[in-house]
Ligand binder design. Structure first.
Ligand SMILES: Cc1cc2nc3c(=O)[nH]c(=O)nc-3n(C[C@H](O)[C@H](O)[C@H](O)COP(=O)(O)OP(=O)(O)OC[C@H]3O[C@@H](n4cnc5c(N)ncnc54)[C@H](O)[C@@H]3O)c2cc1C
Length: 527
């Protein structure tokens, strides 16, 4: 519901918020509130205000004010998600934006940890750690140009480093969290006086308790990350497949070897469509980025030539494309790893030009595509299943989309599958649904510079939108039937459904303990 006046108590709350963070960091304009009510997928309720605290103390003051005025707080990091995860679901609410919590508090290069504030973006943290020859063991999702360390710890993310270490939370050594009543707690070894934050597994894993909580258990204000030296050498390999089961088996074998630092791929048609509009100039720019990222001039030339010769020909080949990135302490180790990955894939797939793999290595934090390259709206839905369950899930999905193919064509809706892994444990299968539609103010605000003039807004397509919502519900059901688990639970995936009653009650009692009034991210996780 849109409202113009916050009412008497709302006005008192806003005064308290202004006192907490200063007038310039407590926005009440329609524009700011509307933007905070939207994610990549949709818009729900408008909050009363959007506040941006700049310190842990200011977060405490904000939560105390909300507690006193019985107002819900929805916590927003980079806002780069699509599962209603931070969207206000009620009129009486505020959005707490962590963007000003962006300091790097400590880098301990000797003991390999760094403590950063939760609103730091992954790309900023990585750039700072690079100056010390270090990186976080999980070093970001592809949205890391805008998405935050606190966001990834709160909902779980995969990509850079996940081939070896699994999701983002594997990098957390400790957390600083502000609870519903405004008190602060510290998890990990840093929670005792004169102890540094170097260790997580000391007694029950309280860091783990707050990781993946979808922000339901408090506001993370700082995260201590586990670091590792940056590798001396790295390279990507790309393979094409016609048979999905062969792709899954190749992925399983490479994952089991622990050699791939990143694994990602997509239906070739999706990449073809994404690549279609780019021009030679863009290809040349990509090539330059790849060559710049190579470690020496000879290597740069070799890589550049390979990409030029491979060009986009790999896109004409087959149905699925899969990329593995690997690293080595030196060139010899890298060569050995590449050989072993090729051997693990065997004749299941055909090696193709590694254009996509090399580009991902060279530009790990690309412009976040909140719409398709042409401007179509998008909604990703993912499932993590054991490798043994991936083919069954995919086959039932193919039957499902075949059943609605005519309707999709009629309503300008398309779906493609992309995939990845979470260390040795699981196959991450994701459907990305695209449809023609008008944009939200979110898309206009966050459209990357690189896409301006290329991506354009469509006309309102309520029928297409309704079909996408139906597909979202159906596909989440389909995933549940296949025993899928999820990151980014937010308010979209059925985490609490039929869960073991003892475990669920324990979690609910923790929620009551840390947030007695139930005012922090209410509804998140479904608890
Ligand atoms: C173009 C694009 C690329 C993407 N690439 C990837 C990818 O490679 N891998 C991947 O896993 N995901 C990816 N995503 C999804 C998403 O960006 C990531 O999951 C990312 O980690 C979200 O972080 P954020 O800071 O934007 O969090 P937000 O979307 O702002 O919030 C996510 C959740 O965390 C909570 N939260 C945020 N900060 C805090 C805090 N400090 N304390 C408590 N709770 C908090 C919010 O309440 C919400 O529940 C992508 C999305 C887009 C649009």
């Amino acid at each position: 519901m849109r409202r113009d006046s916050p009412g008497a108590d709302g006005a008192a709350l806003i005064d308290a918020l202004i006192e907490a963070v200063g007038p310039e960091h407590a926005a009440t304009s329609e524009e700011a509130r509307e933007l905070a009510s939207q994610d990549v997928y949709r818009s729900v309720e408008m909050p009363l205000a959007v506040v941006s605290p700049g310190s842990t103390q200011e977060v405490q003051a904000v939560l105390r004010a909300c507690h006193a005025h019985a107002t819900a707080t929805f916590v927003r990091g980079g806002g780069m998600s699509y599962t209603d995860a931070f969207l206000p679901d009620r009129e009486r609410s505020i959005v707490l934006d962590t963007g000003r919590l962006n300091a790097v508090r400590e880098i301990n290069a000797h003991d390999l940890y760094a403590t950063v504030e939760a609103g730091c973006t992954w790309s900023a943290v990585d750039a700072e750690l690079a100056e010390h020859g270090l990186r976080s063991v999980f070093w970001g999702p592809m949205s890391g140009r805008l998405s935050t360390v606190g966001g990834a710890m709160s909902q779980g993310a995969v990509t850079f480093g996940s081939g070896r270490h699994g999701p983002s939370v594997s990098a957390a050594l400790g957390l600083e969290v502000v609870l519903g009543d405004g008190s602060v707690l510290v998890t990990g070894s840093g929670g005792q006086p004169e102890h540094s934050s170097f260790f997580r597994e000391y007694g029950p894993d309280l860091t783990g308790l707050f990781c993946g909580d979808a922000g339901a258990l408090g506001v993370k204000t700082a995260v201590t990350l586990k670091l590792e030296p940056r590798p001396a050498a790295g390279e990507g390999l790309s393979f094409s497949f016609d048979d999905f089961s062969q792709l899954v088996e190749a992925t399983r074998r490479v994952s089991r070897s622990g050699l791939a630092t990143e694994v990602f791929g997509a239906e070739t048609e999706l990449i073809r469509q994404a690549a279609g509009r780019a021009e030679l100039k863009q290809d040349a720019r990509n090539l330059f980025t790849i060559m710049r990222a190579a470690s020496g001039p000879v290597q740069a030339l070799r890589k550049g030539l390979r990409v030029v010769m491979g060009g986009r020909r790999f896109l004409n080949a087959s149905k699925y494309l899969l990329n593995f990135l690997t690293e080595g302490a030196d060139a010899a180790e890298l060569r050995m790893n590449l050989r072993r990955i090729r051997r693990a894939v065997g004749d299941r797939g055909i090696e193709v030009a590694n254009t996509m793999a090399e580009y991902a290595r060279a530009a790990p934090f690309p412009a976040p595509m909140i719409v398709s390259p042409t401007g179509r709206r998008l909604l990703p839905l993912h499932a993590i299943v054991p490798f043994s369950g991936a083919v069954g899930l995919h086959e039932e999905y193919l039957q499902y989309v075949e059943g609605i193919r005519g309707e999709c064509e009629e309503k300008s809706v398309q779906a493609f599958v992309v995939y990845s892994t979470s260390a040795r444990a699981g196959f991450l299968w994701e459907v990305v649904i695209y449809w023609d539609d008008e944009w939200l103010s979110y898309h206009r605000r966050y459209l990357p510079e690189e896409m301006k003039g290329v991506a354009s807004e469509g006309r309102a397509n309520p029928e297409g939108r309704e079909l996408v919502e139906r597909m979202r519900v159906d596909l989440i059901e389909l995933m549940y039937r296949h025993g899928a688990v999820h990151l980014q639970i937010g308010r979209a995936y059925p985490y609490a459904r039929d869960r073991d009653p003892g475990a669920l009650e324990l979690l609910r009692s923790v929620k009551r303990q840390v947030d007695p009034s139930g005012l922090i991210n209410p509804g998140a996780l479904g608890i």
